[in-house]
Design a protein around this ligand. Structure first.
Ligand code: IPE
Ligand code: IPE
Ligand code: MG
Length: 224
């Protein structure tokens, strides 16, 4: 049985869910937060150590301003309402991506990270304004600037995920099979599950079923 330490998720399908059920994409984002809460709980139950959630890509800035504002307001109220609870559960929050938001949100993100930084049960990496290509370019630039040799070890040390093991499992909901600029380096050997359900419909059972199937896979890493 494969051990499972790190699960990464591309939480896709909120907009389509919202349009279908409430004639509003934003209603889908709101509903998606409930799934986030369910999956955090289920991750703790499954003794997962790292849960990386793709919440906003560097490309998502192309969306209408109204939707972007809604998403960041949602994030703000999630943190204001839940960070104490997450902290009590010994959960650590880390942001991946560059914090280029409003002063207020940047502060809240920093405060939430600092408050939970010593927690050990589960680490949630929230990918916000995250793009794997720019992460890689910046890492190469840093290696070069420090006059270090370009090799795997030096590159990994300069990724935003430097203290995080690579994901064992990647799940993308929303019936779309692509990576959308997410963890391109780190997913080199991850097991990938594409899920038909839209993110707001995804539940604990779906998650547990994927984990069960993941555990049965023969992971080769190039070996036989
Ligand atoms: C993913 O859901 C969440 C974010 C990108 C913030 P989408 O908003 O992409 O939902 P669809 O793919 O349009 O249904
Ligand atoms: C990927 O979903 C980003 C997040 C889930 C945050 P998108 O819906 O933005 O991806 P594309 O644009 O369809 O590839
Ligand atoms: Mg989408």
């Amino acid at each position: 049985m494969n051990p499972i330490k790190h699960v990464a998720i591309i939480m896709d399908g909120n907009g389509r869910w919202g349009l279908k059920h409430k004639n509003s994409r934003n209603a889908g984002h709101k509903e998606g937060v409930r799934t986030v809460e369910k999956i955090i709980k289920a991750s703790v139950k499954n003794k997962i150590k790292f849960l990386t959630l793709y919440a906003f890509s560097t490309e998502n800035w192309k969306r209408p301003k109204k939707e972007i504002n809604f998403l960041f307001n949602l994030l703000e109220s999630f943190l204001l309402n839940k960070i104490e609870d997450l902290h009590k559960q010994n959960i650590k929050l880390k942001i991946l991506g560059y914090k280029k938001f409003s002063l207020k949100l940047n502060k809240l993100l920093n405060k939430s990270e600092k408050k939970t930084s010593k927690n050990t049960k589960l680490q949630i990496n929230l990918a916000l304004n995250y793009g794997s290509k720019s992460e890689l370019i910046n890492a190469f630039k840093k290696v070069h600037k420090n006059n270090k040799r370009i090799n795997e070890k030096n590159l990994v040390k300069n990724l935003q995920t430097k203290d995080i093991p690579d994901p064992d499992l990647l799940i993308r909901t929303g019936n779309t099979k692509r990576l959308s600029n997410f963890l391109l380096w780190q997913l080199a050997y991850s097991e990938i599950f594409f899920e038909k359900k839209l993110w707001p419909d995804f539940n604990e059972k779906d998650y547990n079923d994927i984990i069960k199937n993941y555990k049965k896979i023969k992971r080769n890493f190039g070996n036989i």
